[in-house]
Write a protein of this length. Structure first.
Lengths: 316, 308, 327
């Protein structure tokens, strides 16, 4: 997958592989520009083309490659198979239609329901995401909702057709901290009830810890580490993950200076040779500037793309 | 909403008075003797002059004349021509024709303009896009009378497809060419506005959401994208209806449509001051009211806009 | 993968890059230039880079140059007499001797269209300058002062804006230039110019007013004011340069539409009049012979259309180049 711009070609994602099972939550973690949202957009087939071009790879859903199936087949998977919620619900909801219309629309178009029944079902959905006064909220416009309520409405809309997998692209970034927690709880609850796979895209390690089962860490368009959430927090197997974890403020280390990862993520049009993280890596060795470390299994159920992953894992 | 409407109405009043006074002053007061050349070669008879002076209070200062005229106007009296014909009759006879022509023009420009704009906005930089860009450039650049003459000559005279002029029955088929000519420049603006608007909204997040919901492409474009993109286009069309009626002079002249534009032109040439002023007043009023309606329409189309 | 990259995403229309039409991906075309594009470019530099590659820009600029030369030095293009003719030549068709034929009064049509450029372009350019200066000044005052001054000036502009253009011009011109008046050639031109100005200044006033309103509260203007710069200095040094580009683009396009408007008025018999030579007059004179001698109409109409198109096209290409959103 790459972006073609006047200033050159940006290889945005490169050899990314992840999977999610029913009832499982996978968190995709990374800084902005690491390619995590673009991966999700590629999966949904909502990439802006041009400048975005998918140059290879597969997106398999129940074993079928979505990139090679017909547009019509692919469309049918959207919403029913895989649904998505976006970061900014205000711009993601159509401003000139009522929230109710936008939810009921799915029942009407995809399920062929009549107006009245679709409305009933839409109100049920609003109830399920705990929007008070769902009936009167049905006929309001997105701008009349508060930020949190809007995101709830967005969730209701994405879950309307009972998707098997839900992709949540930074669902709480645009919200207040208190509201963030409520939305995350709601998402976790709905996911448990429905036993659906959840791909949670975020840059916020705090959000991840509570809800994720597995974590995939992305850097410069590649997955650099993938692991079970507890193992990753306990023993990160990639220097980038270590850096990320160290940059979380911790209550038990009050008074200490907050550590950060030095430097900036690379320009995707000009990724450094070797390991893309090498210019910022505290452990960098000459080999890191020459060879790209492949993503290899370093322990059961976990993988890392670092030449020194095994040392990191075996270290105490 | 009520307060907004009231405020807009109050804003409209000085503009209406200003515009109509300007015209009144230009037509009645500036040329000096309002009777010059009115009665052929000879001077007008004394009693006629006295009658008209009395009727229009021509011996008073222009402001008083204007106030008097307005007073009559609001009682439904648009004045009389020098030959004694009621201006009301002229307007009643001519206005429907102009309205008909303007509506045909509006329909044509909306149909062609929006279609061209939507198609090119969805698929930019293709052959069609360049074709539309070039042809809109032509439509904007060509003066109406040139387009009118060329089409009249080509379709009416050379190829004989249509009647070169419009008959007094004002049949719809006869109005297609004049309507196209009248609406030609606006058509180009509509096409361009629709194109930019579609192109801008096409990448909007809510369009992406609609696709992610698994809606058919037809519905994504036809419902979600169009509804948003056409808001500015519809408002442009609304204001244009008022402008089309005021701008129909040339088109009506070329195609011999017995409309308000032709009447006013005739009145200007023959110095029928009362007719000129009254027709301009009607046109200005229609234009202003259309603008107000468009504002309200805008609020109806875009729920985000609420007038306090 | 968001803001920084997507902001620089560019889709240059292929029509503007004919030399690159053969390349497979637009992206590859941009790569070789990467190296020498390291230093930052300003908006104007960017615009110029864009313009330089557009054939439409060069075509329209060249045509305008030709028309301006025609207006300034018509004798460079023809040695024939544009005002006097021999009746014997009345409506003689185009030939090698007279490329565009002769009109009703036996005057050389080619010479007339050449000499017609002067009146048409002069009227349009002067009227545009007047409109921009007058409307622009009023717009700056309204935008900068705000309050009741703005309200008053805006309502006055509304008054003039509410008049239908052609209708208003006819009324003004017949009032001052009707039959029976004996204005000289220059007086008529002046009247046409003034009536175009009177009916158009509200547009440039609104344009300027909104640019001033948009930039007035910008930090650097506030800073200049805080440092005690005088109002006139702020306007000349800071506001004008920012508002000038859209106004100039608008002006270029307006020259085109004014050429058309002047022709329309002459055509209606209220604008310029013989013995002045202008395209509008020629078209007006030709309309009665459209069935027998259509060439009388087509040559002046062709020149008129080309001139209008050149100005509108130039304005459009410059506007596109200046607007980063369109690129």
């Amino acid at each position: 997958m790459e972006f073609r711009t006047r200033d050159g070609v940006a290889k945005v994602i490169n050899g990314v592989t992840y999977h999610v099972d029913a009832g499982e939550t996978l968190a995709v973690l990374g800084e902005s520009g690491s390619g995590k949202s673009v991966t999700a957009q590629t999966v949904m087939g909502i990439l802006d083309t041009p400048p975005g071009f998918v140059t290879g790879g597969q997106v398999r859903f129940h074993g079928k490659d979505m990139l090679t199936m017909s547009d019509e087949e692919r469309r049918r998977i959207r919403g029913e198979g895989i649904a998505m919620i976006f970061q900014d619900a205000l711009s993601a909801l159509n401003p000139v239609f009522t929230v109710g219309f936008q939810i009921a629309e799915q029942f009407r178009v995809r399920r062929g329901m009549g107006r009245a029944e679709a409305k009933k079902r839409a109100i049920e959905m609003l109830d399920q995401v705990k929007i008070p006064n769902a009936k009167s909220r049905f006929s309001q416009y997105p701008h009349q909702f508060s930020g949190g309520m809007r995101q709830r409405a967005m969730i209701a809309m994405s879950l309307a057709l009972d998707p098997e997998v839900l992709i949540a692209d930074e669902p709480t970034t645009a919200l207040d901290v208190t509201v963030q927690a409520q939305i995350m709880d709601l998402l976790a609850e709905l996911q448990r009830e429905r036993q659906m796979g959840l791909i949670l895209i975020t840059h916020d390690l705090g959000v991840v810890a509570d809800v994720a089962d597995r974590i995939a860490v992305m850097y410069a368009g590649r997955i650099v580490e993938e692991a079970d959430v507890y193992e990753l927090y306990a023993k990160p197997a990639h220097p980038y993950t270590i850096g990320l974890l160290e940059s979380i403020p911790r209550l038990d280390e009050k008074g200490q200076e907050l550590r950060t990862i030095k430097g900036l993520p690379p320009n995707l049009m000009n990724i450094p040779p070797g390991c893309p993280f090498n210019p910022r890596c505290p452990m960098a060795q000459p080999v890191c500037r020459e060879k790209i470390p492949p993503l290899l299994q370093v322990a059961p159920g976990r993988a890392s793309a670092c030449h020194f992953a095994e040392e990191l894992v075996s270290r105490d | 909403m009520g307060r907004y409407l009231l405020r807009r109405l109050l804003q409209l009043v000085p503009v209406f008075i200003g515009t109509t006074f300007l015209i009144y002053w230009l037509v009645w007061s500036v040329p000096g003797d309002p009777f010059a050349g009115k009665c052929g070669e000879r001077r007008c008879p004394e009693q006629y002059v006295a009658f008209m002076t009395e009727k229009y209070q021509l011996d008073q200062p222009v402001l008083v004349q204007y106030a008097h005229y307005m007073q009559n106007l609001f009682q439904g009296d648009f004045g009389e021509t020098f030959s004694g014909r009621s201006v009301n009759d002229i307007i009643v006879a001519a206005y429907p024709n102009t309205l008909k022509l303007a509506l045909v023009a509006l329909a044509i420009e909306a149909l062609i303009g929006i279609t061209a704009g939507v198609l090119t906005g969805l698929r930019r930089n293709g052959f069609l896009d360049n074709l539309v860009l070039v042809s809109t450039l032509f439509l904007i650049a060509l003066p109406v009378f040139v387009i009118g003459f060329v089409l009249q000559w080509l379709l009416g005279v050379q190829w004989g497809i249509v009647r070169p002029t419009v008959s007094s029955e004002m049949r719809l088929t006869e109005l297609l060419v004049p309507g196209f000519v009248l609406g030609s420049a606006s058509m180009a603006y509509v096409a361009r506005l629709a194109r930019t608007s579609i192109a801008e909204n096409r990448r909007a997040d809510y369009v992406r959401t609609a696709i992610a919901k698994g809606l058919p492409m037809r519905r994504v474009v036809g419902v979600h994208l169009l509804r948003n993109s056409l808001i500015p286009v519809v408002t442009l069309l609304g204001t244009d209806l008022g402008a089309l009626m005021g701008g129909a002079i040339v088109t009506e002249g070329i195609f011999a449509v017995n409309g308000i534009g032709r009447e006013v032109y005739r009145a200007i040439v023959t110095k029928e001051s009362a007719t000129v002023v009254s027709i301009v007043v009607v046109l200005v009023l229609v234009y202003l009211v259309m603008n107000l309606l468009v504002d309200l329409l805008y609020a109806a189309l875009d729920p985000r806009i609420r007038y306090e | 993968m968001s803001d920084p990259t997507s902001a620089s995403i560019v889709s240059t229309p292929p029509s503007h890059q004919p030399t690159q039409a053969g390349s497979t991906a637009p992206a590859d075309a941009g790569l070789p230039e990467n190296a020498r594009r390291d230093k930052p470019r300003g908006l104007l530099g960017d615009a110029w880079r864009d313009l330089r590659r557009k054939p439409l820009f060069w075509i329209s600029a060249t045509l305008i140059l030709v028309f301006v030369l025609m207006a300034a030095f018509p004798w460079l293009f023809t040695s024939k007499d544009a005002v006097n003719g021999a009746l014997a030549n009345s409506r003689v068709e185009p030939s090698g001797d007279a490329w565009f034929g002769y009109d009703v009064q036996g005057r050389d049509v080619f010479a007339r269209v050449i000499y017609g450029a002067r009146a048409s372009i002069l009227v349009a350019v002067v009227a545009v300058l007047g409109t921009l200066i007058f409307g622009g000044t009023v717009g700056i005052i309204a935008g900068y002062r705000g309050g009741w001054v703005d309200a008053l000036l805006s309502r006055i502009a509304d008054v003039f804006f509410g008049l239908p253009f052609v209708l208003g011009a006819i009324v003004i011109l017949t009032t001052f230039n009707g039959s029976g008046t004996s204005n000289s050639e220059w007086e008529i031109m002046g009247l046409v110019i003034i009536s175009l100005m009177v009916l158009s200044w509200p547009v440039s006033m609104r344009l300027m007013r909104s640019s001033v309103l948009a930039t007035k509260e910008a930090d650097y203007i506030v800073a200049a004011r805080a440092m005690g710069a005088s109002t006139s200095r702020i306007i000349i040094k800071h506001l004008l340069p920012n508002c000038l580009a859209p106004l100039l683009v608008y002006g270029t396009i307006m020259v085109g539409s004014f050429i058309g408007a002047e022709a329309t008025l002459s055509f209606l018999g209220v604008g310029l009049k013989s013995p002045v030579v202008s395209w509008g007059i020629m078209i007006s004179e030709a309309q009665n012979y459209i069935r027998v001698s259509p060439f009388l109409l087509f040559f002046p109409a062709g020149f008129l259309v080309t001139a209008v198109l050149s100005f509108v096209m130039l304005g459009e290409t410059v506007r596109e180049a200046l607007d980063p959103k369109l690129r």
